[in-house]
Each structure stands twice: as C-alpha cells, then as structure tokens.
Design a protein around this ligand. Structure first.
Ligand SMILES: *[C@@H]1O[C@H](CO)[C@@H](O)[C@H](O)[C@H]1NC(C)=O
Length: 296
C-alpha cells in the first residue's frame, strides 16, 4: 500500500500541474443558490449538464438550498462533476440540515481538493426557542488553505438569509464575523451567498442600521446595481460577496466580482435557465501566488 499511496500522490501531483496549466491565471470563488437542489434536479440530465459546466469554472463554490434529506442529490452532483472535469478532483463539505420546522436546507462547499484544502470549519446555530437574536438558518464557515493563491489562508462564510429577516440577519452576520475572526485569529473573511440583500427585503431606510454595510472594514464587492436574478422580471442584487481584511482584499483581482450569466454563457432560453435556478452565481477571483504563476 506504500507504493499505491505514493502512486496516488504522484498522480494527484500531476493532475495539479496539469490543472494549473489548463485553467485561467486566477483562483475563482463562487456562491450559487441552486434553487431547491434535490433528487428531482439530480435526475434531470439537462439540469445536471448545465450545473457541472457552471461549477467546473470555480475552484470553490458555496452552494445554497441543497434539499435532500438522504444526501443523494449532492453525492450525484459531485460524481457528475468529477466525471465532467477530469483535470481536478472535487470534494465537498456539507453544513447541517438547517431551518425551523420540517423545511430544511443545507449549504455545501464544493472545492478542488488538488488546489485547496479545508483546515477547519464551524457551523453556527439555528434559532433556539425563546432566542429571537439568532439566525433562521445558521451560517456555515470554513477555513481554506491553498499554496496556489496570493493569500495562504482565508475564511469563507456561506449564508442564505431568511428573506423576511434579511436586515436583522445581516446585523447578526457582523457580530458573527467578529466572533469568528477572534476565534480563528484572522482578519481575512469573505461572506458570500444569497443574502436577500436587496429589493423589498431591505427597505431603503434600513441600510443605515446595518453594521455589516456601514462598517468600513467590510467591502461589498457585488454592488446594489448588479442583477443576480435569472428572470427578466426581477432585477436585484440578492446574492453578495463581502470581503473583510486588507490581506484578502489585496489578493482579490480588481473588478473581478460579478454575477455569472449562465443564460448567456450556455445559450439557454429564460425558461431553460429558470429550470436550473432563479439565481445566477456570484463570483470573484483571487490572484495566484507568484510560484503558481511561474508554473503556468
Ligand atoms: C443574461 O443574459 C441573457 C441572454 O443574453 C439576457 O437576456 C439577460 O438580460 C442577462 N441578464 C442579466 C442579469 O444580465
């Protein structure tokens, strides 16, 4: 088995080199609310075909709205993704099943394990009975480590706010970030996901009270004018990427944060696109480490 594991390591190393040679000169982090991703979608070849094309663009994707009590759908997605993109090996880290009552969702980090690894993670709690201060669905945080990025370690916090509680939960996220930065002794955190941080969910007069927005340490990379929704009837920046920490901000490729319009990229009709999700993924690029660039 020593020989086998040595061969496996060599193979992974070669894949890594190959991957770095083949992909773009940046490291892409994405967040994607795949509306109600469960077994029905996982069984739909057209939807799965589109999803693997979308996910294979990203080194890390923070997926929201995974809805399958048996966990089969996400397993199928990973299998298809690894089949589709053989230049990388994709792995996943799942949150708890989150939510009040019987309606549950999971957040899942899908990441290229030949490029980046997870060294720690933390699940924040759902609302406890009698505690109105908590989240409807607790955010999920993971600490990533990569030799390929201009920053060695960074924290991603994926969250899907409850629409009606969006303003309140954005404030809770501020406290949560402070707590996590203290616990993990780092300033470099990125909050990403469907925060419902737009439109009717955040009344214009609420912004002034939202510390995550007002605190100058937090940089909102997806602006209010971005449209992260698929339908042409809606136009809202629900999905966001927010960066804290000078080192992480410095590692971000300027102006790389945007929504990924897969309707256009995959040449779909609006109806076909809505079959995949009602949200576009949002994404941002990190610069590569000088060493990784030399290998290109
Ligand atoms: C996405 O692309 C489609 C097809 O080109 C276009 O009709 C739509 O307006 C675009 N949506 C956004 C939000 O840019």
């Amino acid at each position: 088995t020593g020989w086998a594991s040595a061969m496996a390591r060599l193979f992974t190393f070669l894949l890594t080199l190959l991957g770095v040679h083949l992909v773009a000169a940046a490291f892409k982090i994405c967040a994607f609310n795949i509306r109600s991703f469960g077994r029905a979608k996982a069984a739909n070849q057209k939807v799965m075909g589109a999803l693997v094309q979308i996910l294979s663009r990203c080194d890390i994707t923070a997926i929201q709205e995974v809805r399958d009590s048996r966990g089969i759908a996400i397993q199928m997605l990973l299998r298809e993704l690894n089949r589709y993109d053989r230049s990388h090996h994709y792995s996943r880290l799942e949150s708890k099943r989150l939510g009040r009552g019987s309606y549950k969702e999971q957040n899942v980090f899908v990441y290229r394990m030949d490029v980046v690894s997870i060294i720690d993670w933390r699940q924040f709690e759902d609302e406890k009975i009698g505690n109105t201060e908590a989240f409807v669905r607790g955010p999920f945080a993971a600490r990533f480590h990569s030799l390929f990025t201009a920053i060695l370690d960074f924290v991603l916090i994926v969250h899907h706010t409850s629409p009606r509680e969006a303003a309140h939960e954005l404030n809770l996220l501020f406290d949560m970030c402070k707590e996590l930065m203290e616990q993990w002794k780092t300033e470099n955190v990125m909050v990403l996901g469907d925060l419902n941080a737009a439109g009717a969910y955040i009344p214009a007069n609420a912004w002034a009270r939202i510390r995550l927005r007002q605190d100058l340490g937090f940089h909102w990379l997806i602006s209010d004018t971005e449209d992260t929704t698929v339908s042409h009837r809606t136009c809202c920046a629900y999905d966001r990427i927010i960066v804290h920490g000078e080192e992480l901000l410095g590692a971000v490729v300027p102006r790389s944060a945007k929504a990924f319009n897969f309707t256009q990229a995959l040449g779909l009709s609006e109806e076909e696109a809505l079959g995949i999700s009602d949200h576009y993924p949002v994404e941002v690029n990190l610069r590569l480490a000088p060493k990784a660039q030399r290998e290109l």
